[in-house]
Design a protein around this ligand. Structure first.
Ligand code: FES
Ligand code: FES
Length: 158
């Protein structure tokens, strides 16, 4: 019998305390225990980026981090990237440019785009491609995503 272990996390500005089995991933907890299903599960082995979240200032694949490894950390998910009922400029731009098809990859794409633009507000196309390189889109909507991110970059102050 494996015992659950206590974990404390700050998620989207709220403190969560819970117990979790040591083999459960951060993604499992977000989706199955806390109902934060905006973060998607696709490959579950770190290859698709659908589960991208921000953790202690880094962009990570939540499927690759055990929940117990995350203990004491701060997580931002797609639900917390903008105030309730609002969208970020990146989210708006994805809609404006028709970058959303089935939508399954989009939360992870947005999280990666936000991470990129927060550190490099004016990325070159090559830098944007590199920033999204860990995120796969089965619908192939990459060009419109690049256009959306470029539009946000052009709007921001030099
Ligand atoms: S579900 Fe985590 S990288 Fe694919
Ligand atoms: S929009 Fe369908 S997987 Fe990207």
């Amino acid at each position: 019998m494996i015992d659950a272990l206590p974990v404390v996390l700050n998620i989207n500005g709220l403190k969560y305390e819970f117990e979790v089995l040591p083999y459960r991933s951060l993604l499992d907890v977000l989706r199955d225990e806390l109902g934060l299903t905006g973060t998607k599960e696709c490959c579950a082995v770190g290859e698709c980026g659908a589960c991208t979240v921000h953790f202690d200032g880094r962009s990570i694949n939540a499927c690759l981090m055990l929940a117990i490894e995350a203990d004491g950390g701060s997580v931002t998910t797609i639900e917390g990237i903008a105030p309730p009922g609002e969208m970020t400029r990146v989210q708006d731009a994805f809609l404006e440019h028709g970058a959303v098809q089935c939508g399954f990859c989009i939360p992870g794409m947005v999280m990666s785009a936000e991470y990129l633009l927060a550190r490099n507000p004016h990325p070159t196309e090559e830098e944007t491609r590199e920033g999204l390189s860990g995120n796969l889109c089965r619908c192939g909507g990459y060009n419109r995503m690049l256009q959306a991110i470029s539009s946000v970059s052009e709007e921001s102050t030099p």
